[in-house]
Design a binder for this molecule. Structure first.
Ligand code: FNR
Length: 387
């Protein structure tokens, strides 16, 4: 019933900000350094507007869409988010279940605090995002584990050769691996609903939150302000490793974090099935552009590849702009984690419904009945918005 007051995805953020200690909310909401990419992701949507068509029969609409041989009820899914369980109790499972119930999927993060086997078993998830370990033997071991658990889609995130400079985490007392810092103790006292309902329950059921699918970070915490020492042994990863993975992984292979069209071509050349255009939600190299406006360039660079897009999608209209410009599917991150943090599975379900309803309504207002018709309309229904 409390969900009746949640009218848009942004409403979840407002609630989450009240519920979560500053360290946790800051970890989820934050970007890096000046937050310039975080802002760019939102501004990209404002820089283009619609030129809707009218008086076209738009009855009997459907949001159904497909890529990589799968069919989904909606053209969006949930992006991989590490540490979900410190923001939302059992977050990884809740996100995957909520997405599946709406006919979509959530990608389980390598940096999850839930064993990947449980996410596969309890939520029927087939999407796993990997942070690739430093040597071949361990890569092969990880692939075996992911396959044995039942995952069929492997997303290799390529934009984290080193941890980025997340100053807000250092300031607020958020660390990876998770530890209870003096700041967090104080914030926990003033946020009892989170301390008991989320962290307390998490510790009671699985012990102190820790990485389950990634070897523990060597040395100092990941978000240490000491940039050199916080390097996490992934800085050797290269396209050669993607070729190595391709040889051993039978399922679908995707690379996430692509911003340059030449990297899209390299992904194609290395046998990837799809790419995820993303600047990591503005959380890696600060100043990285939003690839939204360059989607047509990617479409041309890799015409036969599925293209997934993420970053800053908060409204149905945002998703539609990405789909019109050439994305086959989009991912949404933070809003779903806020939904899981505030209202659990019901919250994720409500968020899925809100975004689906917006897309459906916006499609009608734009003059299309299906995602296919939207693609047929193409970029002609968009126009640069006056500054
Ligand atoms: C992320 N993101 C991310 N990406 C990834 O490949 N592996 C990961 O473990 C994480 N972890 C993570 C944690 C949190 C709290 C956030 C907010 C994001 C990036 C994520 O998959 C996605 O690219 C962005 O979140 C999309 O942007 P929006 O929708 O959050 O604006």
């Amino acid at each position: 019933p409390r969900l009746r007051k949640i009218f848009s995805l942004d409403d979840f953020e407002t609630r989450a900000k009240r519920l979560l200690p500053r360290a946790i909310f800051g970890y989820v909401s934050g970007g890096t350094e000046t937050d310039s990419s975080l802002r760019a992701n939102r501004e990209a949507y404002h820089s283009i507007g619609f030129r809707p068509r009218i008086l076209r029969d738009v009855s009997g609409r459907s949001l159904q869409t497909g890529f990589l041989g799968n069919s989904y009820s909606v053209p969006f899914g949930i992006a991989p988010m590490g540490f979900s369980a410190v923001a939302a109790f059992d977050g990884d499972v809740v996100l995957a279940r909520g997405a599946a119930a709406a006919g979509s999927f959530a990608i389980c993060s390598a940096a999850s605090l839930t064993p990947l086997e449980r996410v596969a078993k309890d939520a029927g998830s087939t999407w796993f995002q990997a942070y690739i370990p430093g040597d071949r033997e361990r890569i092969a071991g990880l692939l075996q584990r992911v396959e044995a658990a039942g995952f069929r889609h492997l997303v290799v995130t390529g934009d984290v050769p080193v941890a980025s400079n997340r100053e807000n985490n250092a300031r607020n007392g958020f660390d990876a691996p998770f530890r209870i810092t003096p700041q967090l103790i104080w914030q926990g006292v003033t946020h009892p609903r989170w301390s008991i309902g989320t962290l307390g329950r998490e510790i009671a059921s699985r012990g102190m939150p820790h990485f389950e699918n990634m070897e523990s970070v060597q040395g100092p915490p990941l978000f240490s302000r000491d940039l050199v020492r916080s390097t996490i042994a992934r800085d050797k990863l290269s396209w050669d490793d993607i070729a190595f993975i391709r040889d051993r992984w039978k399922g679908k292979l995707l690379v996430k974090g692509i911003i340059h069209p030449d990297d899209a071509k390299l992904a194609a050349r290395h046998g990837c099935d799809a790419i995820i255009l993303s600047n990591h939600g503005g959380r890696q190299l600060d100043g990285t552009i939003s690839p939204l406006c360059f989607l047509p360039e990617f479409r041309k660079a890799v015409p036969d590849m599925s293209i997934i897009f993420d970053g800053g999608i908060r409204r149905g209209t945002d998703a539609l702009k990405a789909l019109v410009l050439g994305a086959d599917f989009v991912l949404v991150g933070r809003p779903f984690l806020y939904a899981a943090a505030t209202y659990g599975l019901a919250g994720v379900g409500h968020a899925m419904t809100l975004l689906s309803e917006e897309i459906d309504r916006d499609m009608a207002l734009l003059g299309v009945r299906s995602i296919r018709e939207l693609r047929e309309l193409g970029p002609d229904c968009l126009h640069p918005a006056p500054a």
